[in-house]
Design a protein around this ligand. Sequence first.
Ligand code: PLP
Length: 419
Amino acid sequence: MTITEREFARQMDREDPLRDFRDRFYIPTAADGEEVIYFCGNSLGLQPKTTSDYLNRELERWAKKGVEGHFDGPDGWYGYHELLSESLAEVVGARPSEVVAMNSLTTNLHLLMVSFYRPTKKRFKIMIEGGAFPSDRYAVQSQANFHGFSPDEAIVELTPREGESLLRRSDILQAIEDEGEQLALIMLGGVNYYTGQFFELEKITEAGHAVGAKVGFDLAHAAGNVPLRLHDWGPDFAAWCNYKYLNSGPGAVSGIFVHERHGNAPELPRFAGWWGVDPEGRFEMKPNFEPQTGAAGWQLSNAPILSMAALRASTEIFMEAGMERLRQKSEKLTAYLVSLIDQLPQSSFEVITPDDPDHRGCQVSILAHHDSQGLYDRLTEANVVCDYRRPDVIRLAPVPLYNTFEDVWRFWEILAESV
Ligand SMILES: *Cc1c(COP(=O)(O)O)cnc(C)c1O
């Protein structure tokens, strides 16, 4: 049997140890009632069927107990964020005390830069990807401005070489070395949202620290997608959103990581709020802020329980599936998609995502050489949910939790007719 036969995909699905997880999610349907091919889990992950139970539990608690819900047993709202520490730590390869769920992603990037972007006259530059996500770009520009530096001088952008789509690994490390003692902060995406390139976070961290810079990662496209070992790799901080691969609903509460080495550093400047203090003494209403240890010391406000309940529903599924098994399936599913695409004549488009599975997650970006809008429209009409990023990239994310090999095959058949 060859990979271009539908039966091949069906056989792969039968052999997939995670095949039953698809049933745990609501799969959107098209107007004709048929399930769409959902390749947009990198933008908004699908809803687990258990999410409503988790939300209803908290709505009911609120209805029946009112304010007493805060101290209603071991999962009362007062310590609710702690219920997420183990699983979030597992997702990003951290210790439970190094992570906490709070706020939203861009907010968290700012709060973490308050602590870890401390520019001086000599050391003031921030390194980002040339094609960084706009919100990240605005965040670093405004941080530079806030400290009195012109973004034009302070922001260093990594751009691929002329005629190339990806950043070469050695070029990134060289650029860090070149900026040397002017570099205050490296803030890169773990996986670039446009190309799907998964950067070598450990080496980048090492190179950044070697020149005396702080290193932070935006893991929006990495968390729940690629294997991460943040504690061992040693960046100073990271933040991610939980509504993409982590399936916790639109605008879901974000996650942060602060490395243990900063976990007990009350002298670090930070914007403070009452949820950052030791929960035992919180109601003593002390006049001065003393942060609790760990990432939890960066919290400002009491937790958005409904959003966190949705995150619990989702992380529960991740823990059951296991990060390792998910990655194994993800590598197969993505490789299958790429191999099928390789069967098509590549005159009108090319895959720009790295070939090497160690340098990508499940996202595959196709660069269309002409009429990318037309290609996208034809895919959409055929019930493929993917996205189009200007100027000419179509992003596809076969997600191992709920996408099947047959989804990939069906997509390929449609693509073959569309190009
Ligand atoms: C999705 C995404 C965001 C979105 O930021 P929010 O604050 O959650 O709206 C920011 N940065 C990157 C890299 C993203 O992929």
